[in-house]
Design a protein around this ligand. Structure first.
Ligand SMILES: [Zn+2]
Length: 77
């Protein structure tokens, strides 16, 4: 009976240790990426044709952003 009690205590100890390890990094990961996860992709609208596209793929012009260099040229030249 003493052995069984010892086994239970060890198992509970291991379970607590594992759950505290599992929850620890998850809390840190949740607190860390506040900006990147909130806006994974900034969508912008072409000032010429109105199509939506990721900001990284857009062309910056003087009057706005465009879906392609062609529309930048058409709108600003
Ligand atoms: Zn366009």
């Amino acid at each position: 009976m003493k052995l069984l009690l010892l086994l239970v205590v060890v198992l509970v100890g291991v379970w607590l240790w594992r759950s505290s390890r599992a929850h620890g990094p998850r809390r840190q990961g949740k607190a860390e990426p506040k900006q990147p996860v909130a806006t994974p992709l900034d969508m912008v609208q072409c000032a010429h044709c109105g199509v939506h596209l990721p900001q990284s793929e857009s062309h910056q012009g003087k009057l706005g952003r465009y879906c392609s260099a062609d529309h930048l040229a058409l709108a600003e030249h």
